[in-house]
Write a protein that binds this ligand. Sequence first.
Ligand code: GDP
Length: 439
Amino acid sequence: MFDNLSTKLDKAFKTLKGQGSITEINVATTVKEIRRALVDADVNYKVAKEVTDKIKEEAMGRDVLISVSPGQLLTKIVYDELTQLMGGEKQDIVIKGEPAVVLLSGLQGSGKTTFAGKLASFIKKQNRTVLLVACDVYRPAAIDQLKVLGEQIGVEVFSEPENKNPVEISQHAIEYARKNNKKVVIIDTAGRLAVDEQMMREIEAVKKAINPSETLFVVDSMTGQDAVNTAKTFNDRLNFDGVVLTKLDGDSRGGAALSIRAVVEKPIKFISTGEKMEALDMFYPDRMAQRILGMGDVISLVERAQQQFDEEEAKRINQKIRKNQFNFDDFLSQLEQIKKMGNLKDLVGMIPGMSKAIKDVDIDDDAFKPIEAIIKSMTKQERAQPELLNSSRRRRLAKGSGTDIQQVNNLMKQFEDMRKVMRTMNKMSTTKGGMQQMA
Ligand code: GDP
């Protein structure tokens, strides 16, 4: 996401490189290029013009400090303006009421049902009980899809397959939630392929009848300018509270993220970056601006890691590292944790400087497969005592895992290197007591 835009902005800033000061002429050229980069990224033209006019005005009014180059100063100005454009402050979803009700709207295929599952899982992790409600009265498959997701994340799904009245289904679901001590109800409504009067009337009626504390509009960011137009249409009818942008992991040029707030005047609250249940992030305008400018997004990365990593498991592994007992079972468990964090390329892209570097590199989630296969071919004893793995055992592993001896040897070497680093860290910690802080 945003790779093209980041590259183009980077190029635009370079035109200022080597220039000692910001002048009307050099800013005008750079700003024009920034505008073109934004429009190419599918940002609404009017929005792109407004924001670049502001950037220009800001840049001209500033004295260049000796310690920063005009390029750096302009980057900062662009960063500030993009952050403002996307709403400035992060806006939280409002979950209030007994039970609290969240209503989801959006076109079919936007990723609404997937998001319903993600949001339920997100809320469940905060130790609140959730009820998912399947309110698509036209597509029985949509009910099944939600049930599958519910099972996967351990959240109950309410449906009334025979009932064709979404208002009634929602009301019954809320009653059911009250009786069964569910604190949050998430209602997945029916979508259509395009905006449709009947769909609008239906969801309006549901909203009026149940008075949700939060109504979210879910939209596929890959649809670019259409995403913004659809958002506007839905907002005129529903007056929703926030936007969920999906499929930002795909080929989306990101324009929707940049224009929606300005055009619809409603905040983006979540972004979805993959099909896995964990691929959900809260939307932080400042972090997104950092990402667009290729500054990486370490904060989101750390937060996602914190959410996914199991505290107890981390403590256990840490103990083993300290006792020099880290083995292949622990290695495998660490791989599982990393995989749970979501798409690998996405994760690496959050590291500053990496998103450009990996733009053309094919990283797929299958990268771990041979490693896993090799470890899984080991006996219990071999996993616990890797020093047992002599060359004949290694040949057996290669055969058993469908890899070759080179791959097995590489893995052994990586593992040995890792253990060496761990031993050194342990030594340092016994001399300086520093390991505690690393834990
Ligand atoms: P609905 O019709 O709005 O309920 O949409 P679905 O939730 O069924 O999603 C439509 C398709 O998009 C499914 O194949 C999902 O797996 C996929 N999808 C949903 N969210 C994302 C996302 O953030 N990234 C990607 N790559 N695919 C997604």
